[in-house]
Design a protein around this ligand. Structure first.
Ligand code: 0O2
Length: 227
């Protein structure tokens, strides 16, 4: 990122109160990154363990149950924007209490039933508390968006403290991710797409969902033949 050296020099050298605000906010963010990145590491490990076991189960179509895992800690600017939108100020406590998607993991699976199977397994782990589930697979958004959003909380054991940390997991299939990634680039949160184009995006989502159902049906028939 590039910013004006002149402005930075003025802020830092002239007792500008913004200097303290910036430094204070970054100190808070540095601490938050440690919490949230550690929680991501914990949950990713859980997911990889489940995937490893399924991969070794010799069931047709299960050797690529989790196709890909992506993760990120929300950037400080996005945190500030979201808090501002909700009318909150920025502090460590407020971020922890009011935002559930600072730690975000996207799990891309092969088939829809893989998603519910993994969620079921996670929800039976004694240290995992499921706080919220938004099922945009059963009820897609008006845009056509399909995914399963889960907010969970896990304890993370640090050097001197144990903290319960929230993590948002977005579960999608490869097909759902294909649509969402392209649509995000084309339109998401951007209003200048007209209703005809929106309709075509929605129809595309439905076509992709049908194709996905057919692939699942084929896999189930192959599985039945193997038994
Ligand atoms: P990011 O993290 O950069 O992806 P809020 O979270 O408060 O903004 P809400 O309703 O609580 O809103 O959350 P929602 O809609 O359940 O989930 C928001 C996230 O889902 C978005 O994150 C997207 O990743 C994804 N999403 C939701 N709707 C759509 C959609 O129509 N198209 C696409 N492509 N993705 C969608 P953000 O906000 O983009 O931030």
């Amino acid at each position: 990122m590039e910013f004006s050296s002149k402005e930075l020099m003025d802020i830092m050298n002239n007792d500008d109160p913004r200097a303290n605000i910036y430094m204070g906010a970054f100190d808070i963010y540095k601490k938050l990154i440690i919490y949230y990145q550690s929680a991501i590491d914990e949950v990713e490990t859980k997911l990889r363990i489940i995937d490893r076991e399924l991969t070794n189960s010799n069931i047709v179509g299960r050797n690529n149950t989790i196709h890909q895992i992506q993760s990120r800690v929300k950037k400080i600017g996005s945190i500030a924007t979201k808090l501002d939108r909700k009318g909150y100020s920025f502090s460590r406590e407020i971020v922890e209490e009011k935002l559930a998607d600072v730690a975000g993991i996207r799990v891309i699976c092969s088939y829809t039933d893989d998603i519910y199977m993994i969620l079921d397994s996670l929800s039976h782990q004694t240290d995992v508390t499921i706080l919220e589930i938004k099922d945009y697979i059963k009820e897609p958004k008006p845009s056509g968006y399909r995914s399963l959003h889960v907010i969970l909380e896990i304890p993370v054991f640090f050097f001197q403290e144990t903290k319960k940390v929230k993590v948002e997991i977005q579960f999608r299939t490869i097909a759902m991710d294909y649509w969402a990634s392209l649509e995000h680039g084309l339109r998401y949160k951007d209003s200048h797409i007209d209703s005809k184009l929106s309709e075509r995006l929605e129809v595309s989502a439905k076509v992709i969902a049908q194709m996905e159902e057919e692939m699942l049906a084929i896999r189930n028939e192959i599985e039945a033949l193997e038994e």
